[in-house]
Design a protein around this ligand. Structure first.
Ligand SMILES: *[C@@H]1O[C@H](CO)[C@@H](O)[C@H](O)[C@H]1NC(C)=O
Ligand SMILES: *[C@@H]1O[C@H](CO)[C@@H](O)[C@H](O)[C@H]1NC(C)=O
Length: 360
């Protein structure tokens, strides 16, 4: 007995009948890549999507690609597998598809353009026989292959690379988010020849990112309201912090809360990255990182970053906050020493409780 609801985060390619802006004999095509800031109301997003599809088509785009999770967080029902395969075009089957899919598909069709969107799909397998349905009460899917510990979702029922061909002679592969970091599917989809399995390990243990062994080792110090100037060092990294944590009568800083600063700078002494000739790449990377409550990083004019190299061996990073009004979750210099990959972490990494994550 199947009594199951399937949720899946899906890429749907809603294909219209192209009037062949570009053709297979052309040596180029026009792709519109949309940067879209999601609004809370799905209908507003939907109308904006439809307008942007038309705008792109009016400028002769052959394909329009939207970013992940920007249509809204509503789970959109889709028909069960067999129905979906027999009637794949929502615009031509409005009776069996959700309004969101019908409207996007219609916009694709009317404007004769390929449209790639991302949304969460829910497939209801209750009362269905002869379909492959998971037996768990609830199965969560990310059809772009789920590699990165997004534990609220499980991988595709049958492993599959997301690929579609177009009438302008280009075959597209798609994957999402963190999948970019992996050889499978990212490299496999691009080269078509990467000699790995799509995934033949049901536990997906073979598909985790190599942990940075330096992560468990750290030095920290809690900030107090007001001014403090201190140095933390570990493993050859020396950081001087000048911090003036803003204090007002109502300010009560809690762990994991937003902080504002009258002054904030990190002056770091770091090992200069060296070029690894065989890889034609640096052995270390450093980035300034920050996170605001909007989950965006600082604007470039809200901070200063000065980098000086001394004698080719030591880099001095001066990362200073310039905007004292902005609230911050984090402000730091991220570094990664690739040469340490694969080494045993000291101290060992402790498995944390698996938390539900949202796609990002
Ligand atoms: C499955 O069948 C039950 C009983 O007939 C019905 O109440 C329920 O709505 C059906 N579910 C679906 C998804 O069709
Ligand atoms: C770091 O940069 C800030 C902003 O540009 C500057 O005011 C400060 O003097 C610099 N600190 C050092 C130690 O160079």
């Amino acid at each position: 007995m199947y009594n199951t609801i399937i949720y899946l985060v899906g890429f749907l390619c809603l294909v219209g009948h192209s009037d062949q802006r570009s053709t297979p004999t052309d040596d180029s095509y026009v792709a519109a890549v949309i940067e879209y800031q999601v609004l809370s109301d799905i209908n507003t997003n939907l109308n904006n999507y439809i307008r942007l599809i038309k705008e792109a088509a009016d400028q002769d785009a052959d394909i329009v690609v939207f970013p992940e999770m920007t249509l809204g967080s509503r789970r959109v029902p889709v028909p069960i597998h067999d129905v979906l395969k027999d009637h794949p075009i929502p615009a031509e089957n409005p009776g069996i598809y959700d309004e969101v899919l019908v409207k996007i598909s219609t916009a694709a069709k009317e404007n004769a353009v390929y449209v790639v969107i991302n949304l969460q799909e829910v497939m209801d397998c209750e009362n269905v026989t002869g379909e492959y349905c998971p037996e768990k009460k609830e199965y969560l899917f990310n059809t772009n292959i789920n590699l990165f510990g997004e534990f609220t979702r499980t991988p595709a029922l049958t492993p599959d690379l997301g690929v579609f061909t177009t009438d302008f002679g280009v075959t597209f592969g798609h994957f999402i988010c963190f999948d970019l970091m992996f050889q499978v599917p990212a490299v496999q989809i691009v080269t078509g020849t990467y000699p790995g399995p799509i995934d033949d390990d049901v536990n997906h243990d073979n598909l985790v990112l190599k942990a940075d062994p330096s992560l468990p080792s750290h030095t920290s110090r809690l900030l107090v309201p007001g001014y403090q100037d201190f140095i933390l060092s570990e493993d050859g990294v020396v950081c001087r912090f000048k911090v003036n944590l803003k204090q007002t009568e109502n300010t009560q800083y809690q762990p994991k809360s937003v902080a504002t600063f009258d002054e904030l700078s990190i002056y770091a002494t770091l090992q200069t990255p060296q070029t690894v000739e065989s890889l034609q790449a640096h052995d270390i990377v450093y980035y300034p990182v920050s996170l605001k409550p909007s989950i965006l990083p600082l604007n470039s004019n809200d901070f200063a970053l000065e980098i000086q190299t001394m004698l080719g061996t030591v880099d001095l990073y001066n990362y200073t906050l310039l905007n004292n009004n902005v609230g911050l979750y984090s402000f730091g210099i991220y570094g990664r020493v690739f040469a340490d990959d694969g080494k045993e972490p000291t101290p060992p990494i402790i498995e944390e409780e698996r938390e539900e994550t949202t796609p990002a």
